[in-house]
Ligand binder design. Structure first.
Ligand code: LLP
Length: 441
């Protein structure tokens, strides 16, 4: 499959953003995250437009955890989106990128006092409260602030999306949020209303990630509208915002068919409007926090192929070919964590038939298989392998395991390539280490 601005040029090389990926690998080295700026911009615009058309009172927060760098924060801000941050570190990077604090939302299921203080001091737009402890800690923090601090509560709707068990969050049995069914969500709202420095702005949920249909979102919308109705009935207030989090899936494989933004928006806004109409509630702001859907397909990781080994197996006509690359679980832990699947191609043979079934292996001291049994053109040592759909949760979840250096990221657009994350250097590996005096000599 070719995604975003990907194409095959006259030399048979994969091109992204008008840049030949084989040249990018030569210039910047591998592994390399190649980020397609035009695709991120188009995704931001199209996602927003799909909702603007159908439900103008909407707000899109990019879930920055998917891929946060100074450059990506700038791009989504320039496209008019807001952004969610889920830790002090994400808040710091967002502010360093120049994001206006009022366009940020602060998340976290166990925010520290320091994180809450930082959110209040820097003036983030709103804080999404996860639990009762947080209400009390925040109450202490805002006592000294001379302004009202806007908050939403994160509620658990009790729906179970069809996705990997480690990225499901909407079910009742989760560490996240305040249960709706057992009355915790309502109780939290009532407590917030007692604190004069807090301004209650709405309800939030996030049900899961990489969802390839909108069914569970629609169920959640229904439940969240009922929660809104209960809050209004019990407290007499009008709830300004209903935020349904992120979760829309992307194409990791050609066979994946996530709903288009328009199809998703149509289903979500129809369910929302009909539930609101039935409950006789005025239309609140619809908030959302897409992460993966905006950046995943904009990222491609380039590797260099090293060792190629064919071994006997009881499967597949008796043999399997392992194609080893110069990265693996340190730049992409997702296959290990979630059994995630990917497609790839030999970037310097993008015009050749992919008729060799091989297994792409990382170079860590682990069985870090990136892709099992995938078709590629005849691989040779020195070829450049391009793994697609690595724009979300790859850079952000990268590690230094086996003391690997985290890769560089390069932003490509209309033939230009700019480094946005420099490749780590060996010196970085020990910069935070201290050798106690007594171990010297
Ligand atoms: N809002 C909240 C509160 C979230 O926790 C998340 C994701 C999002 C929005 C964005 O979800 P998205 O639109 O990207 O699905 N590391 C995992 C994904 C974990 C998602 C965590 N929360 C992975 O690589 O699949």
């Amino acid at each position: 499959m070719l995604l975003g601005t990907q194409s095959v040029n006259a030399q048979g090389h994969l091109e992204i953003g008008g840049c030949d990926t084989v040249e990018l690998a030569k210039e910047f080295g591998t592994p390399l995250y190649v980020i397609d700026e035009a695709t991120i911009r188009a995704n931001c615009r199209n996602y927003k437009a799909a909702f603007d058309k159908r439900y103008p009172q909407n707000r899109i927060y990019y879930a920055s955890k998917a891929f946060l760098t100074l450059a990506t924060a700038r791009i989504v801000m320039q496209e008019g989106l807001n952004m969610d941050v889920a830790s002090m570190g994400e808040l710091y990077v967002a502010l360093q990128a120049g994001c206006p604090p009022e366009r940020l939302a602060m998340h976290g299921n166990n925010k520290s006092l320091r994180e809450l203080e930082m959110a209040v001091e820097t003036g983030v737009g709103h804080i999404v409260i996860d639990n009762f402890l947080e209400i009390e800690v925040l109450a202490g923090v805002v006592k000294n602030a001379n302004r009202k601090v806007e908050v939403l509560i994160r509620a658990t709707p009790g729906v179970d999306p069809h996705t990997h068990r480690l990225i499901r969050t909407g079910q009742a049995d989760t560490k996240f949020g305040l249960n709706i069914a057992d009355g915790s969500a309502l109780k939290a709202v009532k407590r917030i209303l007692e604190i004069p420095e807090l301004s209650f702005q709405g309800v939030h949920c996030h049900i899961g990630s990489q969802l390839l249909d909108s069914e569970t979102h629609e169920q959640a919308v229904e439940i969240m509208v009922n929660l809104l109705a209960t809050i209004q009935k019990e407290t007499g207030i009008t709830v300004p915002e209903i935020n349904i989090g992120g979760g829309l899936g992307v194409r990791y494989l050609s066979s994946h068919e996530p709903p288009s933004y328009d199809a998703f928006a149509e289903r979500i806004t129809n369910s929302l409007k009909s539930a609101l109409d039935r409950a006789g509630i005025a239309y609140p702001i619809l908030g959302q926090e897409p992460g993966r859907a905006l950046v995943a397909e904009a990222g491609t990781t380039l590797y260099t192929i090293g060792s190629i080994k064919t071994v006997p197996t009881t499967e597949q006509a008796g043999k399997r070919t392992y194609v080893a690359i110069d990265g693996g679980m340190s730049d992409n832990p997702r296959p290990q964590l979630y059994e995630s699947v990917y497609e790839c191609m030999v970037a310097n043979k993008a015009d050749q038939t992919a008729d060799n079934i091989v297994t792409i292996a990382g170079k860590h001291c682990e069985t870090d298989i990136l892709i099992w049994n995938t078709p590629i053109a005849q691989p040779e040592t020195g070829d450049i392998l391009a793994v697609q759909t690595t724009g979300a949760y790859n850079h952000g979840m990268a590690s230094n395991y086996n003391r690997f250096l985290r890769p560089a990221a390069v932003l490509v657009n209309e033939g230009n390539a700019d480094i946005i994350v420099a490749r780590e250097r060996l010196e970085n590996l020990t910069q935070n280490e201290v050798l106690p005096e007594r171990l010297k000599g």
